[in-house]
Ligand binder design. Structure first.
Ligand code: F6R
Length: 270
């Protein structure tokens, strides 16, 4: 069977939005992840040295599985690409036994190793001075244009009217921020500690909104009704730091959302 024959045509429809150029809605998360993977593969084939920023978290796991499979099948080569972090808990180290919630461990295991990325630029969550580490990482990022920033979106709380972070930019963080140390919002802490049972810190190193908006392409993935509520705030609420993901509307021509029908089902209930 030829390579082309293996790629199935994915069913989706698009939602029109005044600022965001493409909102692609798929029946299931698996199909959304597969479509995002195919777009990333297409970009890497054209630019084998692309610099890519990788989100961590549950949402992007099926995306990374698709990418790892494509590499294994020889459909794409990531070895000359550069990999960047979006964020990391602070303090937090790479040892998965000591820091099971750590993003360095996650990215090594799910992205850098399976995709064979040699130039992996890791954030040092154990740096003694967080702000110095943020500066160091910011200059790494500025040294080359980011071809794709892969994002998820954080939870929104109707009660506190906070949430929908991108990276770990929480409500109230100015859009002009570059890499910095961020105190996590109670909504994020509740998700991490109560819902996920993590013993994770209340601060993080994170790319700022300004870094994310500099990427040439921004791909955001979100599935399920809860993520749909976050997206509804980001897409249709007021643009401003209270809703960090709303910043994507300022560079909407670069943005593609890969979402499922459950997420899209929330848009009508603003
Ligand atoms: C993680 C990150 C976060 C997550 C978001 C969604 O690197 O930047 O913004 O994308 O918290 O997390 P999940 O996908 O676990 O629901």
């Amino acid at each position: 069977m030829g390579l082309e024959a293996k790629i199935s045509v994915l069913p989706y429809y698009e939602i029109k939005h005044p600022e965001i150029s493409r909102i692609r809605v798929f029946p299931t998360p698996e199909e959304a992840a597969q479509a995002a993977a195919e777009e990333i593969i297409g970009v890497v084939r054209v630019n084998p040295q692309a610099a890519i920023t990788y989100a961590t978290g549950d949402t992007v796991i099926p995306l990374y599985e698709n990418l790892a499979r494509a590499v294994k099948e020889g459909r794409v080569d990531f070895s000359e690409t550069s990999g960047f972090h979006l964020d990391e808990y602070y303090p937090c180290g790479p040892d998965i036994n000591e820091y099971p919630h750590g993003f360095v461990a996650y990215l090594r295991q799910r992205v850098f190793t399976p995709l064979g990325i040699k130039n992996a630029n890791e954030m040092n969550g154990l740096a003694p001075e967080g702000e110095a580490e943020a500066k160091r990482y910011d200059s790494l990022l500025s040294a080359q244009p980011i071809e794709i920033a892969i994002l998820g979106i954080g939870p929104w709380s109707a009660e506190t009217q906070t949430g929908c972070h991108i990276a770990f930019n929480e409500s109230g963080t100015p859009f002009s921020e570059k890499v910095h140390v961020q105190t996590l919002d109670p909504v994020t802490l509740m998700r991490d500690r109560q819902e996920r049972g993590q013993d994770s810190p209340e601060r993080a190193l994170t790319q700022g909104v300004a870094n994310i908006l500099e990427a040439r392409r921004i791909f955001l993935l979100a599935y399920g009704e809860k993520k749909g509520q976050s997206l509804r705030e980001a897409l249709f609420g007021e643009i401003g730091p209270q809703r960090p993901a709303s910043a994507l509307r300022l560079q909407g021509q670069k943005v593609t959302l890969f979402i499922d029908e459950a997420a899209a089902s929330q848009f009508g209930k603003l």
